[in-house]
Write a protein that binds this ligand. Structure first.
Ligand code: KG4
Ligand code: ZN
Length: 341
C-alpha cells in the first residue's frame, strides 16, 4: 500500500510517498527557516505564505501522478494553524477529487514512526521486516520544538502516554537559550556546534546548571533551566567565544542528562526491550551518543538526523501502521491536538 503524505505543521512544506509504512519512494521538504532568521523566531504569517507558494511544487515532485498512490495522509496538528490549514485543505481537495481514502495524523505521534522506516530503497526485504527489529514493549521518547513526551509502546499500534513536559519542551529550551547566547534560529544545531568546540574542563567557564525534575515521575520541566542559564549568564561581564562554547556545552549536557535518565527509568520500570528516539532534538549527536551507551541493555533506535526533524515520511508511516481513514468532510486542522492518552 502506497501512501502520499503531506506535512505543513511549522515552517516546512513536506510531501512523501511511502510503501507499506517502511519503504521511502519519495521525500521532498522545502523550508522557510532562512526567511525567519532576522526575526529571531518563526513568523507564522511568513511560514504560511511560503507554504502556500510551495505546496503544489513539493507535492508534484514527491508524487507526479496521483494514480500511483492508494491513500492520502495529512498532519492535522499540533502546529501553527495557518500552516496546518494549507496541508489539510490541500489533502482534502485531493481526497475529494480522486475519491481516495484520507487519513488524519497527529504529527507528534508520527515522529516516532520514523523509526519504522528503512531509508535504504534497494534493500526492500529488510525494509519489510524493519518493525520486527524493534522489540516490544518499547519506550518511545519524542523530543521536538514543542513537545517532550514519553510513551510505552506495547506493539506498533498500542501506545500509552507516560508523561511529558509541564512547561517548555527540550527543543524550546535549546532554542531559547541559544538566542540568549547570541545565535539566531536553529538553536539546537547552534548549541550542538558550539558545544563541540568547548574544551572540557573549560578554564574560562565553570558554569554548572541544574538537572531539573529528576524525580520518580515521567514528567519534564525545562523552564527553570532556561532561567538558571540567564542567571549564570548575567554573572559574566565579557561573553567571548570560549564562554559561549562553555555555556553551550553545559546546556546540552543538562538537557540530555535529564532526557536519558527519565527514559532509562521508564524503560527499566516497563521492562522494555527497545528504546525509540524521535523528533528534532533526537538529531542531536550528544543525545544519540548518550543513548547508544545503553545498547547492551536495550535495542536503541534513532532515525537518521534528517528524519528526526519534521518530514512527511513519518506521517505516511504512522498512517499505515496506526491511522484511520476518515471522511474528508470531518477533517480539520487542530493546532492543539492532544498527544496525551
Ligand atoms: O520535530 P521538529 O523538527 O519540529 C517540531 O515539531 O517542533 O523539532 C524542532 C526542534 C527545534 O527546537 C530545534 O532546535 C531542535 O528540534 N533541533 C535540535 C537539533 N536539531 C533540531 N536540538 C538539538 N540538537 C540538534 N542537532
Ligand atoms: Zn515535529
Amino acid at each position: 500500500m502506497k501512501i502520499l503524505a503531506i506535512e505543513t505543521s511549522c515552517d516546512e512544506t513536506a510531501a512523501a510517498v511511502v510503501e507499506n509504512g517502511t519503504k521511502i519512494i519519495s521525500n521532498v521538504i522545502a523550508s522557510s527557516a532562512e526567511m525567519h532568521k532576522k526575526y529571531g523566531g518563526i513568523v507564522p504569517e511568513i511560514a504560511a505564505r511560503e507554504q502556500l507558494r510551495c505546496v503544489i511544487p513539493v507535492l508534484t515532485e514527491a508524487c507526479p501522478s496521483l494514480t500511483t498512490v492508494d491513500a492520502i495522509a495529512v498532519a492535522i496538528g499540533p502546529g501553527l494553524v495557518g500552516s496546518l490549514l494549507i496541508g489539510v485543505e490541500t489533502a482534502k481537495t485531493i481526497a475529494f477529487a480522486t475519491g481516495k481514502p484520507i487519513i488524519p495524523v497527529d504529527h507528534v505521534l508520527a515522529h516516532m514512526y520514523a523509526n519504522f522506516l528503512d531509508s535504504n530503497r534497494e534493500n526492500s526485504s529488510r525494509a519489510q521486516s524493519r518493525d520486527n527489529l524493534i522489540g516490544f514493549p518499547a519506550i518511545s521518547l519524542v523530543v521536538s520544538g514543542g513537545h517532550t513526551e514519553l510513551y510505552l509502546m506495547k506493539s506498533v499500534k498500542e501506545l500509552t502516554w507516560l508523561g511529558g513536559t509541564l512547561d517548555d519542551a527540550a527543543g524550546e529550551c535549546f532554542d531559547k537559550t541559544a538566542r540568549l547566547l547570541g545565535f539566531e534560529n536553529r538553536g539546537g544545531v547552534a548549541i550542538e556546534e558550539a558545544a563541540k568546540k568547548c574544551k572540557v574542563p573549560s578554564a574560562k567557564c565553570k558554569v554548572k546548571l541544574p538537572r531539573p525534575m529528576l524525580d520518580d515521575s515521567f514528567n519534564f520541566s525545562f523552564s527553570g533551566l532556561k532561567t538558571a542559564v540567564l542567571r549564570e549568564w548575567k554573572k559574566y561581564e565579557q561573553h567571548d567565544e570560549a564562554l559561549i562554547n562553555g555555556f553551550a556545552y553545559e546546556i546540552q549536557e543538562a538537557i540530555t542528562d535529564v532526557l536519558v535518565k527519565k527514559t532509562l527509568r521508564a524503560a527499566q520500570k516497563h521492562q522494555a526491550k527497545s528504546i525509540l528516539l524521535s523528533g528534532g532534538v533526537a538529531a542531536n549527536s550528544r543525545l544519540r551518543e548518550k543513548f547508544s551507551i545503553l545498547h547492551s541493555q536495550f535495542s536503541i533506535h534513532v532515525p537518521p538526523a534528517q528524519l528526526c526533524t519534521d518530514n512527511a515520511v513519518a506521517i505516511a508511516s504512522y498512517a499505515f501502521f496506526r491511522g484511520e481513514p476518515t471522511d474528508w468532510h470531518e477533517i480539520t486542522a487542530v493546532p492543539d491536538v492532544s498527544v496525551e492518552f
